[in-house]
Design a protein around this ligand. Structure first.
Ligand code: UDP
Length: 429
């Protein structure tokens, strides 16, 4: 994103402290935000836990301050267990209050001072710390606003079914917010006298290349795990929109029988697939031990490729990808929309559930599995998205949404303006 000269002058030297939650889906968007704010002229300090600490080499222009931690809480979590993750959030919000306050006091006493603190929404303890220090705090959320509303309704409700129905109503009414249709009728350029197919290809490539130059903040630079780039060379041998990408993010786990249902669903669909299986994401297994013998070579006959962690944004942008079977984490959902890839939805917990409802029922850019992992249903969903006419309709819809997302990121668009507003807001402190 280019610098706005006026803003750069105004912001120069002002220090922002950002405190991310140390999990992939939270860390990447916050470091991207930090990078954007840095491009606006702010100096950036990342306050971080020793657990999953960001690699300073990826963003050498930031300052890094580790939170000194004498408790065990910061040391003992593995991000592949939801229960432990929630526990971690709970514990650090108690154990790290004083160390965080200490770090902030020190930073505020330095020459530049601190203009404001930006923390992940999960760092709830920092609100009172910030108030005590009279330091403005901005909350960074990594999931969408409708899920926030359903979270807000949650404590008042005693059963999950009720929360879900509230969230459905919310998402439905959100879908009717005017604006989407008006953006749809944006005038397209017309070139009557030329070969329509060639013209549309040339325009599409030009638009994609221009948009990437502005909108693409690769998460590869904040990936906590090593990305297996062989996924991309493997994809190169497949025709456009022929491969299903399968990944359930950085936290979701499955048990062995669910894993086998996934494997057989993929095999029986007869479609090529690139499948991310994180080590220890199958209960009781180190990695692929439960897979039937000869699964990739004999049963799938070479149509499948399994990696431990993929360069997801590059994978979704690869022309060979025709569908994304996802858990609907908000980052994955957004990344799929930004690349125009229709989804198969298997949400597991939290905001993934309303996200998946949005994708399948409201935006109609994907299909949701009724039972998360049943091989027959998986097979038929894959065929629906990758082969049938329904898949074509989903693809057309998501291309519309992708266009809308790209408008949001351009000057005058809502995301672009929100960032401008954020900078101006910080400057008003
Ligand atoms: N991701 C990745 N490689 C993978 C799987 C996921 O780089 O093999 C990235 C993905 O691009 C996204 C993040 O990990 O940015 C996952 O975030 P999301 O909110 O979708 O899910 P979470 O992991 O928080 O459940």
């Amino acid at each position: 994103m280019s610098n706005n000269n006026t803003t750069t002058t105004d912001t120069k030297g002002r220090c922002l402290v950002l405190l991310p939650l140390p999990f992939q889906g939270h860390l990447s968007p916050m470091l991207q935000l930090a990078n954007i704010l840095h491009s606006k002229g702010f100096s950036i300090t990342i306050l971080h836990t020793s657990f999953n600490s960001p690699n300073p080499n990826n963003y050498p222009h930031f300052n890094y301050v580790p939170i000194p931690d004498t408790s065990e809480a910061n040391l003992c979590v593995s991000s592949d267990d939801v229960g432990k993750v929630i526990r971690f959030m709970h514990d650090v919000n108690i154990n790290l209050v004083d160390p965080i306050r200490g770090c902030l006091e020190r930073l505020m006493s330095e020459d530049k001072g601190v203009a404001c603190l930006i923390t992940d929404a999960q760092w709830s303890c920092t609100q009172s710390v910030a108030e005590g220090l009279k330091l403005p705090r901005i909350v960074h959320r990594t999931s969408n606003i409708s899920s926030f509303r359903s979270f807000a309704a949650y404590p008042a409700s005693h059963d999950k079914g009720c929360v879900q129905s509230i969230s459905d109503e919310e998402t439905k009414s959100k879908a009717l917010v005017p604006g989407l249709e008006s953006l749809k009728v944006e005038a397209l350029p017309k070139f009557h006298a030329y070969d329509a197919e060639v013209v549309s290809k040339v325009i599409e490539r030009m638009v994609q290349a221009t948009k990437r130059a502005h909108a693409y903040f690769a998460t590869s630079s904040s990936s906590l795990l090593e990305q297996d780039k062989t996924s991309l060379s493997w994809l190169n041998k497949y025709p456009p929109k022929s491969v299903l990408y399968v990944s359930f993010g950085s936290i979701v786990k499955v048990d062995e029988s669910q894993f086998l249902e996934i494997a057989w669903g993929l095999a029986n669909s007869k479609q090529p697939f690139l499948w991310v299986v994180r080590p220890r994401s199958i209960e009781g297994s180190e990695w692929l031990e439960p897979l039937p013998n000869g699964f990739l070579d004999r049963i799938v006959e070479g149509r499948g490729y399994i990696v431990k962690w993929a360069p997801q944004q590059d994978v979704l942008a690869h022309p060979a990808i025709g569908g994304f079977w996802t858990h609907n984490g908000w980052n994955s959902t957004l990344e799929s929309i930004c690349e125009g890839v229709p989804m198969i939805c298997s949400p597991s917990f939290g905001d993934q559930i309303p996200n998946a409802r949005h994708v399948s029922n409201v935006w109609k850019i994907g299909v949701e599995l009724e039972h998360r992992f049943k091989r027959r249903e998986i097979e038929s969903a894959i065929k629906k998205v990758m082969v049938d006419d329904e898949g074509l309709q989903l693809r057309n819809k998501i291309i519309d949404l992708k266009q809308i997302a790209s408008f949001c990121l351009k000057k005058g668009g809502s995301s672009y303006s929100s960032l401008e507003d954020l900078v101006n807001y910080i400057l008003s402190f």
